[in-house]
Design a protein around this ligand. Structure first.
Ligand code: AMP
Ligand code: MG
Length: 335
């Protein structure tokens, strides 16, 4: 047997377009990141409007591909495999990725791997932090889940019952006149807050919910009895404690000794601090990938493409988007 062929390093180009970001990452099968190019939709006022996202992605997609190939110092002919975020996500945004990937593959005849966006966050975290069997606290715009591997799947041990934590933070930010994304701005305001204003603390079993807290925050803001700095501070203290609590319970239940963060909200220093304290108290290891891999990006998708290479398809006809796909729909056949 020729071990040289078995060991051949392959290169995957991954496309992310589930929500606000159109990103292309290029990764080798040895886990080397060659490029991470992206452009994210932003607004001064208002939020994510599906058709505006699609327009944004359509506008930037060719430039992002060019940047990614230039940064990686390779040509399209050097790519062995293409992967794309199949779901979950916002359908018009996902469709831009699907059309882009099909066009690219019709031109190059490359195989396509459709990947689950949430699983991709977990796998890139494992690759980059060398964590082995973590509980993932995935705190992003649209998704908020506590995920861990059990019996052939990434199981969801707890999740939001309504909106994702990032969307919740962004909605309050929008309400008080900050643009999108609001998370970093709320974090800056919260740094100056000193007075904790009591808010609903909504943990239901292993699940959490944000919509009641959002209503309460809006009411308090409208009453003009509270300043926005203290409200932002209290928002962070409350919802990050909720996330830390359910993450800890998932670790206790599964007996896992590692916590990994994923998703854009994991850029927040106060959330990291709370998780760090919890991990220290239970003598668990705590892992955070670099910020560029926490937010939506193509590298996550390219790496899961590499892991799923055996199931990649050359017949593109049946490949479609899966806007409502859940993490625990996926049978993990790449471990
Ligand atoms: P993602 O959907 O994973 O790309 O993450 C985007 C979300 O992360 C948006 O809702 C942002 O407001 C949020 N986000 C980014 N940075 C921060 C931060 N420092 N603190 C809180 N939320 C953040
Ligand atoms: Mg994400």
């Amino acid at each position: 047997m020729n071990s040289g062929i078995l060991m051949k390093e392959i290169i995957c180009l991954g496309i992310e377009s589930t929500a606000h970001t159109f990103g292309i990452g290029i990764v080798t099968s040895k886990g080397k990141v060659l490029a991470n190019s992206m452009d994210s939709f932003k607004t001064k006022t208002g939020g994510l409007i599906p058709n505006e996202l699609a327009d944004h992605h359509n506008k930037v997609k060719d430039k992002i591909l060019k940047n990614a190939l230039e940064n990686a110092k390779i040509k399209l002919k050097d790519i062995d495999l293409v992967s794309f975020s199949q779901g979950p996500g916002i359908a018009p945004a996902l469709l831009v990725g699907l059309k882009f990937v099909k066009k690219l593959c019709l031109k190059t005849n490359l195989p396509i791997a459709g990947v689950n966006h949430c699983c991709a966050h977990l796998e890139i975290g494992k690759l980059l932090t060398k964590s082995k069997d973590p509980v993932l606290l995935y705190a992003s715009g649209a998704n908020t889940q506590i995920i861990a591997y059990e019996a052939g799947k990434y199981r969801i041990f707890g999740e939001t019952l309504d909106q994702g934590i990032g969307n919740f933070i962004d909605a309050f930010a929008r309400y008080i006149g900050l643009g999108f994304p609001g998370g970093p701005k709320i974090e800056q305001l919260a740094l100056k807050g000193r007075n904790y204003i009591e808010l609903p603390y909504v943990v239901k079993g292993m699940d959490i919910s944000f919509s009641g807290i959002l209503t309460d925050l809006k009411r308090k803001y409208d009453s003009k009895k509270y300043n926005s700095i203290d409200l932002c501070f209290s928002l962070q203290e409350t919802v990050f404690a909720m996330l830390t609590e359910v993450s800890e319970r998932a670790m206790a239940h599964t007996g896992k000794k590692e916590l990994l963060l994923g998703g854009g909200v994991a850029c927040n220093k106060r959330l990291r601090e709370m998780c760090n304290i919890m991990c220290k108290e239970r003598k668990a290891k705590f892992f955070i990938p670099e910020n560029q891999y926490l937010i939506d990006n193509g590298v996550n998708i390219a790496w899961l493409g590499i892991l799923m290479k055996k199931t990649a398809k050359k017949n593109y006809k049946g490949i479609d988007i899966k806007p409502y796909e859940r993490t625990d729909d996926i049978k993990i056949n790449w471990k």
